[in-house]
Design a protein around this ligand. Structure first.
Ligand code: DGL
Length: 269
């Protein structure tokens, strides 16, 4: 019998990943979670690939050292630039999952005209990971990406409800709308918080693929299929949150993403 003492680890460059964590913990409330936000070094979005890999590896090691039986990289930029190499290095022993493939699978299932849009950070767009994953799943799909470098700083400054946010979103979404996409992937942790505004701009007919909805569902399915992991997980509801930077800032902004007040501890990587 496996000892049920493992936790589920979730990593993001900052506190944006608390949005998907909120929905993961709602969908799978019985487990114990450890969340790490590398706020001291965020944003990752414009950093070179080697740096993102280094940082992500340190973060994933931190989570395994905290007795996690599985780690989810909630950050799209880290999923794009570091996940594959980390998975190869760790092999089957230490299970690390990302957020891109679940989102890509959902988009391919939902699109009717085979024209899928992706908005994400500069790093994620440059990696072309979404394009490759979508085309692997269905070679007939055409992918239209747009990098939105100003959205993360805007959300982090708490200006997601400003007229500036509307103007930026209109500008970033216009080329995708011109390309007649019928499905849009929100390929960044921070964009879920802008979903209502995005919906207003793109109208009611385009499917929005939100990782906050897709990832909890896919994780549930994954754990059902992988009893060898699920059986090691401790049933002890709760989430321990860590940040690599000032915890007061993380607490204030993170509470918005998590949907309720949070307590956070300082982590050193
Ligand atoms: N977490 C990042 C992502 O999902 C956004 C913030 C950053 O650039 O670090 O791509």
């Amino acid at each position: 019998m496996a000892r049920k003492n493992k936790r589920i680890g979730i990593f993001d460059s900052g506190f944006g990943g608390l949005h998907v964590t909120r929905y993961i913990t709602q969908a799978l409330p019985d487990y114990e979670y450890v969340y790490l936000g590398d706020t001291a070094r965020a944003p990752y979005g414009d950093r070179p690939q080697e740096t993102i890999y280094e940082y992500t590896k340190q973060a994933v090691d931190f989570l395994f050292a905290k007795n996690c039986g599985i780690v989810i990289i909630a950050c799209n930029t880290a999923s794009s630039d570091a996940l594959r190499t980390i998975q190869q290095e760790y092999g089957a022993k230490k299970k690390v999952l990302g957020v891109l493939i679940p989102a890509a699978e959902e988009a391919v299932e939902r699109t009717k005209n085979r024209r899928v849009g992706v908005i994400a950070t500069t790093g994620t767009v440059a990696s072309e990971k979404f394009v490759r994953e979508l085309e692997k799943l269905d070679p007939s799909v055409r992918v239209f990406q747009n990098a939105c470098p100003l959205l993360v700083p805007l959300v982090e400054a708490g200006r997601q409800n400003s007229p500036e946010a509307d103007a930026l979103l209109k500008r970033y979404l216009a080329p995708l709308l011109r390309n007649r996409i019928d499905t849009l992937i929100l390929g960044c942790t921070h964009y879920g918080i802008l979903e209502r505004k995005i919906r207003k701009i793109i109208g009611p007919d385009i499917v929005i693929v939100s990782e906050a909805r897709v990832v909890p569902r896919k994780l549930k399915q994954y754990l059902k299929k992988h009893a060898e992991i699920e059986e090691t997980l401790r049933r002890k509801p709760g989430a321990h949150l860590y940040s690599t930077d000032r915890t007061d800032n993380f607490r204030t902004l993170g509470s918005k993403f998590f949907g309720r007040p949070i307590r956070v501890e300082k982590a050193t990587l």
